[in-house]
Design a binder for this molecule. Sequence first.
Ligand SMILES: CC(C)(COP(=O)(O)OP(=O)(O)OC[C@H]1O[C@@H](n2cnc3c(N)ncnc32)[C@H](O)[C@@H]1OP(=O)(O)O)[C@@H](O)C(=O)NCCC(=O)NCCS
Length: 186
Amino acid sequence: MEGSPEINRQEPMPDAFSIRPLRPSDASAYRDLRLEALQSNPEAFGSSYEEEAPLPLETIEARIPTSNPNAIFGAFAGDVLVGMAGFAVYDRLKARHKGVMWGVYVKPEWRKQRVGKALVRRVIDHASRHVIMLEAAVGLANESARRTYHGLGFRPYGIERKAIRIGDVFHDEELLSMDLPQPTGA
Ligand SMILES: CC(C)(COP(=O)(O)OP(=O)(O)OC[C@H]1O[C@@H](n2cnc3c(N)ncnc32)[C@H](O)[C@@H]1OP(=O)(O)O)[C@@H](O)C(=O)NCCC(=O)NCCS
């Protein structure tokens, strides 16, 4: 798909939560939410509970980006972390015009209240200041995430068959991308 993404930037964010980048001091809350995500929805993430649960808190803290462009955005209800979404730019010189959204998760009791959309929208806004292409991958069977991503302008460009293996079960993923306007000064 060519041209600007169909992003609805006008939709107001509910007052019930706010979104900000995570800081190293959020490491403990981030680890709890991340492990909850990996345990409850293993098919939705490339990483696994088994790999991340044993990691010391310092390792988790070191994974929280502290400077642009990479970031993990958290949705907070008061001071409780209820959702998150990550953004990373590819390292290689010839791929630095592309970024990827990763690790999108909203606590079950906060779902269907626009938290997911607000997080993804925040990643898109942030990404548009740093890259011209944003990518994501989503389980083909994951209706709620596909609906969220498609609704904000991501378009499918392929399917990775057997992208995720959990035990003897394989899960296909839909590969998504979104063109973003050229960042100012790029
Ligand atoms: C995917 C996820 C982040 C969506 O979060 P959310 O806060 O419930 O999403 P929102 O309330 O912002 O809803 C976004 C859209 O998805 C739709 N949606 C939400 N849950 C849905 C469901 N269970 N089935 C179908 N559509 C659903 C909403 O109706 C809305 O679409 P609309 O604007 O056209 O009405 C959340 O369900 C989640 O954390 N799932 C488990 C982890 C996961 O799958 N992560 C994605 C990895 S790629």
